[in-house]
Design a protein around this ligand. Structure first.
Ligand code: GLA
Length: 381
């Protein structure tokens, strides 16, 4: 892939580029907690986005997407990102640089990648972090990984309309091979957790559905958490987010919140705790217990937070019953995308067969399977 990006750049622009890579991510556990300053446990994967870039001394930028086979040209001193278009991610990042007072000039860029799209592996975070990493090197901006992650997140808020948390861009920027990041989304610091899974492996099962309510429901869930915090502040003075509450606070939280909000707050509070406990289980190589936490996380996301769907529930429930699977749950924002499964390597083949036939029979959709390796975060070649 890397060679192809470089070759395309040289043939289009007749000069050698700087080449950057940023990966997609999985999330082991800690779902819908990042925007409440909670804990998450993501890891960067082997798939990602490459950006080749070089200055062009022109009043405009020329972008080429290998995946869309499309070229876009824009004036780098006066541009407006087009919502929903891949070029938004370049202009969105430039807008962040502009707002922060950084200087840049005209450049050419070629973008291409190999992340399965729509699977919930954060291809847009990878795209943005890849662009940011490339531009930082090109203009010698020395942006920290955290700045790249934050600018990418802000760009998503401003130009893509999803009020996502920091997890995806952080994992893409900071990831490390064979390692998960226990990220505290309040301090934006992480602890490395070695991912030594022995005879087990991480397998994603893509439901190949993405229900259209996903983006609006995401923003609604986030708003519901913020509303809960406002209501809880009277009895829990000093709390800033749901992350400030513990499992032992739940009985009192239940007395205060209306029925529509309590289960959602309960999810966030319990999921923060699960992420911490799960990281400890991984450190202690207690994979059986880790797997149990995956199941609990799914049940909480499905029943309490209500971000699952029948396809994801079906895949998770089948996995729980399958010998050799230690745990499984929906992964990411929800309403489609993948389940993440911790499965014995020796059981992968029969698992694929069983899930393919039963899922296709139930929904008339063929699932796909993605075997994940944990690779390094964003870097320049
Ligand atoms: C999406 C968002 C993340 C996070 C997850 C849910 O992937 O982009 O910030 O909130 O959903 O955990």
């Amino acid at each position: 892939m890397e060679g192809q990006i470089r070759k395309t750049f040289v043939s289009l622009f007749e000069t050698e580029p700087i080449l950057a890579f940023a990966p997609g991510r999985i999330n082991l556990i800690g779902e819908h907690t990042d925007y409440q300053e909670g804990f998450v446990l993501p890891a960067s994967i082997q798939f990602g986005i490459w950006s080749a870039v070089q200055k062009n001394q022109l009043p405009y930028c020329r972008l080429y997407s290998i995946d869309f086979e499309e070229e876009v040209t824009f004036d780098w001193q006066a541009f407006s990102p087009r919502k929903g278009h891949w070029s938004t991610y370049v202009m969105g990042f430039l807008a962040q640089l502009q707002q922060a007072g950084y200087k840049f000039e005209g450049f050419d860029m070629v973008i291409g990648g190999n992340i399965p799209v729509g699977a919930g592996l954060s291809s847009s975070a990878a795209l943005s972090v890849s662009i940011g990493t490339a531009l930082s090197a090109l203009f010698e901006l020395n942006l920290s990984k955290l700045s790249i992650a934050r600018y990418s997140q802000n760009s998503e808020h401003q130009f893509a309309g999803v009020h996502c948390g920091i997890m995806d861009t952080y994992a893409s920027a900071f990831g490390k091979a064979k390692t998960a990041l226990l990220l505290d989304c309040r301090t934006n610091q992480h602890e490395e957790i070695a991912l030594d899974l022995g005879e087990y492996s991480v397998l994603l099962v893509n439901s190949n559905v993405k229900h259209s309510l996903a983006d609006s429901a995401y923003n609604q869930r986030r708003a519901a958490c913020e509303e809960s915090v406002e209501l809880l502040k009277r009895s829990f003075p000093g709390i800033k987010t749901l992350r400030d509450l513990n499992i032992s606070d739940l009985p009192q939280v239940q007395k205060i919140l209306p029925e529509s909000l309590f289960p959602k707050a309960k999810h966030v509070i319990s999921e923060c705790n699960r992420a911490l406990v799960a990281a400890k289980a991984l450190n202690e190589k207690n994979l059986g217990f880790f797997g149990k936490l995956l199941k609990e996380s799914h049940q909480s996301l499905s029943k309490d937070f209500e971000v699952s769907c029948q396809e994801l529930d079906f895949l998770a429930e089948k996995a729980w019953k399958f010998p050799g699977v230690l745990g499984a749950r929906m992964m990411g924002g929800g309403f489609g995308g993948c389940t993440i499964n911790l499965i014995s390597k020796s059981k992968v083949a029969p698992f694929l067969e069983e899930l393919s036939s039963s899922y296709t029979k139930e929904f008339g959709i063929i699932p796909s399977f993605i075997s994940v390796e944990i690779g390094d975060g964003a870097h320049i070649f």
